[in-house]
Design a protein around this ligand. Structure first.
Ligand SMILES: [Zn+2]
Length: 169
């Protein structure tokens, strides 16, 4: 792990503004959530296996945070892990996720949260495919999918990053 700078980076390598939502923005975004989305994103729940809408999604595009719209994964990094949850071997940009040690349920796991809004996304395990060896195990309700060629969600009104809207890339 590298040392954290005193002021966290506000722009990711992919060009996205990582400043957290304001209190007003957060309240507005949270009002839009369904009870199930609220339970997973804000209360760190896990959806039931094989129930998520994105488990078998084979379309090309990007998966963004359901709450704040930050792109978290690309379809090109999605794989069938057989676990019943959408799984990815690499993030859209490592800056877009943060990992937190989770000791719930008598296990030590690494929880994944959106680096911008801190919402719960899933867990990462060290048994994924090459080249990364990582398995990012996600909840479909934590994510919103954007097909390649469509503009990414801009829930915070911050505009597209330099270089234009990014879908699959
Ligand atoms: Zn977010």
């Amino acid at each position: 792990m590298h040392a954290q700078p005193l002021t966290p980076a506000r722009t990711s390598a992919a060009g996205f503004d990582l400043a957290p939502p304001s209190a007003d923005d957060r309240a507005r975004l949270e009002r839009d959530l369904s009870p199930e989305e609220r339970r997973v994103l804000l209360e760190h729940g896990t959806e039931r296996a094989f129930c998520g809408v994105f488990l078998d999604n084979k379309k090309q595009g990007a998966y963004s945070c359901r709450l704040c719209g930050l792109p978290l994964y690309r379809s090109s990094a999605k794989f069938d892990s057989g676990t019943g949850w959408p799984s990815f071997f690499a993030p859209y940009d490592p800056d877009h996720l943060k990992s937190v040690t989770d000791r719930s349920y008598g296990m030590v796991r690494t929880e994944l949260r959106c680096a911008r809004c801190d919402s719960h996304q899933g867990h990462v395990f060290p048994d994924g495919p090459p080249p990364s060896g990582q398995r990012h195990c996600l909840n479909s309700v934590s994510l919103a999918f954007t097909e390649t060629g469509q503009p990414l969600p801009d829930r915070l009104g911050r505009g597209a990053p330099e270089g234009g809207p990014l879908g699959e890339g």
